[in-house]
Design a protein around this ligand. Structure first.
Ligand code: NZQ
Ligand code: ZN
Length: 389
């Protein structure tokens, strides 16, 4: 096992009624918060009103950055940073899904920085320039990205048709509230997308070329099985507390680094390939992953990495047969499961044709080739998009 430093500092308040903890927790950082939220779901399901009531009770002054888009944009980040600078904000509280939390993290970076966050951090990756950030916290309302417990943020820049991720330990939320009841109002479509996103995070860490990570891979299998068991239940009955709770906690554990610590390598190619799809077509991240993942699996499967697919097929789908049969059947099973949740099975089904494949593939490899199961070049990525058509 590779050396690692365990660093998961986010305090999690999990379960019913835990929102009341935001009052005393925020006061540890100061009395002025910026609330960041999306297009209105928190207003219709009552979370906004509850949060405001608690802030008022604790004498906390609040400012607002609403209207964050799914696939959050650079313009919203600049707007939020201005509010922070002008009002000396002490903590940024994101209330929503991954887009809202990611936007809050980018605002946090820009709020303490005089240069341009997009160019210096997301494009050029100059992490050393980050001296200070505004602390971020979250009230999670959609189980999917793991942003509630990690240092990652993904932002879209529509001027250049690019969606780019950035990661820094200072961006890990200081605390997150996870009440599974808050996800009762998530649509079937977003529940399906969230489940696939969680599974994809697990695949990205499970499928790596080295034959190491025994412990990590067993943990990942447990998390995958949890989603495979509970996602259909949550889609069938959105108010099933156990289903929503299991999915929510899995979303955090899948991408808070826990299952990666000590592994020699991870893959992450499918995410790079998908991000460019949502940059150009503004589609839902998890849906893009659901369409691309089986195509990626088919494309990368080789003699060199078949052992990972055999593990996956046997331990997740209980398959038997020759290695080749297990590997191929495991890919079919994955696709069948995604479509059973309601995910479209091809790009053409969501009206995407091949007109941007070259541009998207070039953007996916702008920092160099991606993936570890197979190192993918621009040409490989065009081939994967074609397989998913
Ligand atoms: O905008 P509102 O009104 O809040 O509606 C949202 C949005 O339309 C809605 N929603 C959220 N909670 C709800 C709800 N509707 C009803 N009831 C609730 N309780 O759901 C829609 C999607 O929200 P969004 O935040 O976009 O979804 P998600 O959490 O899937 O986040 C996706 C974004 O995160 C990035 C993706 O690329 C994408 O931009 N990712 C972030 C990662 C990270 N930070 O670690 C990793 C991921 O791989 C991913 O790339
Ligand atoms: Zn993802």
């Amino acid at each position: 096992m590779k050396n690692f430093v365990y660093n998961i500092p986010t305090k999690i308040f999990f379960g019913k009624g835990q929102i009341k903890k935001i009052g005393p927790e925020i006061l540890k950082y100061g009395k002025k918060v910026l609330l960041v939220y999306g297009k209105g779901s928190i207003k219709s399901n009552g979370i906004y009103d509850k949060a405001i009531e608690i802030l008022k009770e604790h004498g906390i002054e609040y400012f607002e950055l609403g209207g964050v888009d799914p696939n959050p944009r650079t313009e919203t980040v600049y707007k939020g940073a201005e509010i922070c600078k002008k009002n000396r904000i002490d903590l940024i509280l994101a209330m929503g899904g991954g887009s809202t939390i990611d936007c809050a993290k980018a605002v946090s970076l820009q709020s303490k920085y005089d240069g341009d966050f997009w160019k210096d951090f997301y494009i050029d990756g100059k992490k050393d320039l980050i001296k200070e950030v505004t602390p971020v916290a979250s009230i999670l309302t959609l189980a999917a990205t793991g942003s509630e417990m990690n240092g990652s943020t993904v932002i879209s820049n529509t001027a250049v048709n690019m969606k780019v991720g950035f990661n820094h330990p200072k961006l890990k939320p200081v605390f997150s509230v996870e009440n599974p009841e808050y996800t009762y109002s998530v649509s079937k479509y977003q529940t399906c997308a969230g489940a696939i996103d969680i599974m994809s995070h697990l695949f990205e860490q499970y499928f790596s070329i080295e034959n190491d990570g025994f412990l990590q891979n067993r943990m990942i299998e447990g998390l995958l099985k949890t989603i495979i068991h509970y996602a259909p239940i949550a889609i069938e009955n959105p108010k099933d507390y156990e289903a929503r709770a299991n999915i929510m906690w899995t979303s955090s554990l899948a991408l808070n680094e826990l299952v990666t610590y000590g592994k020699i390598s991870t893959d992450w190619a499918t995410h790079q390939i998908e991000h460019q799809l949502s940059a150009v077509y503004d589609i839902t991240h998890g849906i893009g992953l659901g369409i691309l993942t089986p195509a990626w699996m088919k494309y990368v499967l080789s003699e060199e990495n078949i052992h990972r697919f055999v593990d996956y097929g046997k331990n997740i789908w209980n398959l038997s047969g020759s290695d080749k049969e297990i590997a191929e059947k495991s890919i079919e099973k994955t696709k069948e499961f995604f479509t059973s949740l309601g995910c479209p099975s091809s790009l053409s089904e969501i009206d995407i044709d091949d007109s941007h494949f070259e541009e998207m593939a070039a953007n996916a490899v702008f920092k160099g080739s991606v993936g570890s199961m197979k190192k993918l070049t621009k040409e490989d990525i065009v081939a994967i998009y074609k397989l998913a058509l």
